[in-house]
Structures are given as C-alpha cells and as structure tokens.
Ligand binder design. Structure first.
Ligand code: 1YM
Length: 656
C-alpha cells in the first residue's frame, strides 16, 4: 500500500477523522439504520447542491450487492486542482478535512444544508472504503480512501491509498462516489430500499426537473431501476398528496419569491391546493430538509394566508364591515400545502431539531405570500378559485362554531358518563405512567383473554367492540360523539386536537392488538389514523406500538414454541419431526396464558413502534386508506393484507 508523504497534513487529517470514529453519533446522529442512511444523504446532498446550482440534472444512486453504495451526478466534478495551502487535490480536501472547502462555510457557498452539512469527510471516516471518480474536461481522475486497523491495533480512518490520479480519458462529466459503510461502526450496513426510494422521491419533488435514478442490485432475480423526475416540482408534490382526495379547484396554486441579498438571501416557494376534506396537511422544507415540527416559515405562511384571505373576503363583500374576521383554521380546512425554503445559516430547534427557528424566515414568507397571492386572487381568471376558497372558509367557520358547542357539551357529558366509559376499560392497579401500558384490543373475546392474561399491575386493557370510526371524513364533534373514540380519549387522558397535552398521558406505551387478517389491518389503520389526526404527538414522541401476535404454535411433546411469520416457522421446524402445528386465525383463539406468553409479556413479545419518519408518505397512505376514492383503497388492502408487511406507517421492530 503506497502512502503519500505529506506527513504533517496526514497527522492533521487523521486526528480529524479519527474523532468522527470515536463519536460517530455526534456527526451522523446514530450508528443504527438512521445514521447509516444519513451517510448516503451526505453524498447525495453534494450532488443535489450541484444540481440546485444549475450544473447537473441527473443523479443516480445504486445499492450494490456488497452493500456498498454508488452515487453519481453529471455536474462539474469536485475540483481536481491542488489546494494552495494543503497541497493536496480538491477531492482529497473534501473527503479528508472536517468542514473543509469553500462548500462548508456557509457564506462562500449559498445554501448547503445546515444540519446535514457535516459532509463527505464524515462518510469517509465511517466507511471501509470510498472511491471517488471525477470526470472533467475529457479526463477521468480517481482516488481511493480506506480505513484499517494497523498491526498495533490502532484504527486509521479515511486514509488515501495514493494521491488523486489521472486514469484515462472520458466523455463523461461529473462525480461518482462509491462507498462501503464500515461494519465495525454500524449495527447494520444494509440500506432499506423503501427508505432510500421515499427520500429520493421527495428530493425529486423538491428539485424540479432533476432526473433521479435508483437501482437496487442486491436482489437476486433482477436488478430494479426506478426513475423519479417531476417537471412541476412541488406543484406535482401537492397534486400527489391530493391524488386520492377531491380537489376544490383543478391546479394547485404556486408562487415563488426571493427576499434579502447575499448571505441573507431567502428563496421561498409555495404550492397549495384545497380539497373537500377537513384536515390540513402542510409539508415544509428548508434546504430540502423536512421541518416536521414546523417553525417560523410555517407561522409566516399561516399568518399571511389568514390576512390575505380575510382582506379578499372583505373586498368581494363576503365579509361585511360588521362581521368578525374568519380564523386562520377556516382558511386551512382541507388545505394541502408544500413550503420549500432555501437559505443559509439555518437554526433548528424543537425536540427532534426539525423546527425552523430563524425569525427572518417568517418575515420573508409573509412578504412573499402577501406580494404573490394577492395578485393571483385578484386575477379575473381565478375568480372561481378565490370564491371556492372563501366559501369553504365561511362554511368552516360555521362548523367550527357548532363544533365548539358540541365539544363543550361532550366535555360536560364525558364528566357525567365517566363511569360507564371507564367500566369498559380494565385499568391497571399501578399508578406509574412511566411504566404503564394500555392495550387496545380488537374484539371482546380477545379482550377477555387479555384481561385474564395480563399483568394487572401495569397493563390496562381496552377492548374494542366494533370498528373505530373512520375519522378521516369526520369533523371533531363527530369524533367526540363516537363511543370507541371517546373511550380511547378518556383512557389516554391527554385530550385531543388543540387540547392535546402529552404530560397528561397515563401510559408510556399505547399498544394496538389486532388480528393478523384484513379486518385487523383495517382496524389498525383506523386507529393509527385517529392517533395521526388527533394525537399526533403521541406518535412522534414514540408512545404508539403495534403488538405482534404469533401466527403459529409449534408443539413437540411438552415443548411449545411460537412463530411470528412463515420464515420463522420454516426455521423453527427445520429438521424437526413429529410436532403439531396450530395456525392462529385470531387473537381470540389464544387462551389467557398463551396470550401472555406470546404477546403481552415484555420478556418475550415483539412490538412494532409506530413512528413518523416520513410524514408525507404517511399522509398519502392515510388518505389512500381512509379517503373516499374506493378503487385505490381496495388495491392497497389486497396488496398489503399480509400482517407482517403493513407499511402504513414507518416502523421499527423492537424486541424487548
Ligand atoms: C456524487 C456526489 O459530490 N458532486 C459535486 C461536488 C462538488 C462540486 C460539484 C463542485 C462544487 C464547487 C465547485 C463549489 C463539491 N465541491 C466542493 C468543493 N457528487 C458530488 N459536484 N466545483 C465543483 O461549490 O464551488 C465540495 S463538494 F469544496 F471542493 F468546492
């Protein structure tokens, strides 16, 4: 192995990258699946930046058989010239210097993504190898980095095997990076096709006209390639989100504006369209990073929309001088909106650091909405659209007033009827919300077994009689009138919607237990929709789980074991003879002991934690499953009827 001889630089380099190895979490968040995918996004970000600056329009990602990943773009190529001070090529600087290069100080380089901006050197530090090829001006250059343990057991990370080398001529242009995440760092080095394809799809929406290509070579049968390209950008994104709903007007509204200059430039892009439903779906991004917790840009959008629309309603006489203004919620009923900002020096706040904190973003968005949306509404071509939005808001205001009354009534009522509601719930004896668990169980017979089988000190059981209400097509007052929903709300203790208070939650885990069949899947989806719409924080803070009852019981003599899917059954019974096999058709078939053994006992059970990694996808699926378009729903349910494949929500299996 040839080592080049810039020893001083080398030492500096090694110190820097080794620091990443010592504390990988500080640089990529975790060494689990999330951190692994973060590695890919670091490299993809560089390619996306090149496209955003107008130098590239194709980006390919390939998941290779050996779990290495290749990312390629057709941009200018990372600079190959020798760095004045460091005396190494630009490529080597980018891949070995933490926060090095023009790109990483925010002002020199427009908009590289704050939180994700830790860069290529981190990927190098945490990879077994990285190979970078740059094609520029007819020439092809290559450099390889690797990480290894020396004879004294000392780790060396991201060391170039040789300086950047010219290896031939080419007609191509751009950068290609192939890297293998280090097994010594990551719990798993196998990337998830679903995670990667969802994010690439999202990036394709956010980067109008850029062709993204994803190839998965790990499948034995055929390698599959998918292309993602949206010439309409976030307008196509909004159309997609509304695809299974009924839009109020044909084309989404779109506008864009730029505020500030130089380092302070903020680019604001908004697409929005109302549908005939009642829920608001807003997806916001800053520098392509999802801001799931919202922040100043969303606040700016909401306040400006309310102002612009109220002014409009007064101008056309829908609101008279004496009338009170409509509330913001009214204008956002059934609104699907995507907000995308590009700016430098972003500040993230919030529990999961996905909330934009920059105050200047609020002013920029407000100003853009006011300047761009007013002329759109005033345009005679759009008179119908403007009237539809205004009428819907007036109706919403009336419904809101009715809902307010119903809600206070329901509050009174639930105070009165607390006893019968709690009667249905078999609460636990312990009062410690930190360890208590609530099982929401499908069906009375399973509920009965669960009540007998549980550990009553910390496990509460709430059996569901019928199907819970499909809340997607209901306003809040109807939700509050529904028995199943009310017993869940009472049991949780948190309240719902705007009244939701996480601190009042009476259980640390809320576990949905339903059968492994279509009906069970439907009930699960209905419950998740309810949580998603009315107690979203319950999901985002990781309190919602799905129980996984086994599908099979295998018995040989006195030995009993359980299998949770067909693969496990095959593994379990391999070479086994003279055993009896029972296939459970439902939870109701299990006796209390079996239910405890397999599904309730924290020692043995496996739970799937429901989390919202990708709100856009959840939103789409919730709509797909719960909306009023029947055809796509049928298709989805038949395709995904397998209990072990419910991917309605991003999931993580946790075996406790
Ligand atoms: C597959 C990954 O890294 N593409 C890429 C990276 C860079 C450039 C072009 C680039 C940037 C600039 C000038 C500039 C980077 N350059 C740097 C640095 N694809 C991928 N394509 N010329 C080329 O930002 O001014 C860092 S990344 F710092 F060297 F400029």
């Amino acid at each position: 192995m040839q080592h080049h001889d810039y020893t001083v630089d080398d030492i500096r380099v090694m110190e820097g990258l080794e620091a990443v190895r010592v504390r990988p979490g500080m640089y990529i968040g975790s060494t689990g699946s999330r951190g692994l995918h973060h590695m890919l996004w670091e490299i993809v970000d560089n390619a996306v930046d090149e496209a955003a600056n107008g130098f590239a329009n194709e980006i390919s990602v390939t998941l290779n058989k050996d779990n290495s990943v290749t990312v390629e773009d057709n941009g200018r190529g990372i600079p190959v010239g020798i760095h004045e001070k460091l005396h190494i090529s630009g490529v080597e600087v980018v891949y070995t210097q933490l926060h090095a290069g023009g790109k990483f100080d925010n002002d020199a380089y427009g908009f590289s993504g704050g939180l994700h901006g830790v860069g290529a050197s981190v990927v190098n530090a945490l990879s077994e190898y990285v190979e970078v090829e740059v094609a520029t001006a007819g020439k092809l250059y290559r450099i390889r980095f690797h990480s290894y343990e020396d004879e004294n057991g000392i780790m060396h990370s991201g060391i170039p095997t040789a300086p950047l080398e010219e290896v031939g001529r080419t007609r191509r242009q751009g950068t290609r990076v192939n890297f293998l995440p280090d097994k010594r760092v990551f719990e798993t080095v196998e990337m998830s096709y679903d995670v990667v394809s969802k994010r690439i799809n999202e990036l394709a929406y956010l980067n109008k006209g850029v062709l993204f290509r994803l190839t998965d070579c790990r499948r034995k049968d055929e390698s599959r390639t998918r292309e993602y390209k949206y010439d309409g950008g976030i307008v196509d994104f909004v159309s997609y989100l509304n695809a299974d709903k009924t839009p109020l007007y044909k084309e989404p509204i779109y506008f864009k504006g730029i505020r500030g200059t130089g380092k302070n430039t903020i680019i604001v892009e908004i697409a929005m369209q109302h549908n005939d439903g009642y829920t608001e779906s807003m997806f916001s991004y800053v520098n392509n990073i999802p801001t799931t917790e919202g922040g100043t840009h969303e606040t700016g959008f909401r306040s400006a929309l309310t102002k612009v629309m109220n002014d409009y309603c007064r101008r056309i006489g829908l609101l008279k001088d004496k009338d009170a203004s409509l509330s913001g919620e009214d204008f956002r009923e059934g609104l699907t909106a995507v907000i995308s900002l590009k700016m430098s020096s972003i500040q993230f706040e919030g529990q999961t650091k996905t909330k934009l904190g920059n105050t200047e973003a609020r002013a920029a968005v407000e100003s853009v909405v006011i300047d761009e949306l007013i002329p759109i509404l005033e345009d005679l071509k759009n008179a119908e659209l403007a009237a539809l939005i205004s009428d819907k808001a007036v109706k919403a205001a009336k419904a809101r007033e009715a809902a307010r009354k119903a809600k206070s009534m329901a509050r009174e009522k639930s105070k009165l009827e607390n006893a019968p509601l709690v009667g249905k719930l078999s609460s636990c004896t312990g009062r410690n919300a930190e360890i208590n668990e609530l099982f929401i169980v499908e069906g009375d017979s399973a509920g009965g077994s669960a009540k007998q089988g549980r550990d009553r000190r910390f496990q509460a059981i709430l059996p569901l009689r019928g199907k819970p209400l499909n809340v997607e097509k209901r306003r809040i007052e109807q939700v509050l009138e529904n028995d199943e929903c009310r017993s869940i709300i009472t049991a949780l203790g948190t309240g719902i919607g705007e009244d939701f208070e996480l601190k009042n939650l009476k259980y640390n885990k809320v576990i949905i237990l339903s059968d492994a069949d279509q009906d069970g899947a439907h009930i699960r989806a209905l419950l998740l929709t309810f949580f998603y719409r009315y107690t979203r924080e319950l999901i985002t803070s990781g309190h919602v789980y799905m129980g996984m009852p086994p599908l099979y019981k295998v018995q040989k003599g006195k030995e009993v074991s359980y299998a949770y899917d067909d693969d496990e059954l095959a593994r379990l019974t391999k070479g086994m003879r003279g055993y009896t096999l029972q296939r459970y058709k439902g939870l109701g078939e299990m006796n209390p002991e079996q239910l405890w053994e397999t599904t309730l006992n924290p020692e043995n059970r496996s739970l799937v934690q429901v989390s919202i990694e990708d709100a856009a996808y959840v939103e789409h699926l919730v709509t797909l499953l719960m909306g009023d378009k029947v055809a796509p729903r049928k298709e989805y349910i038949t395709e995904h009827a397998d209990f072990n494949k419910i991917d309605t929500f991003e999931q993580r299996v946790t075996t406790e």
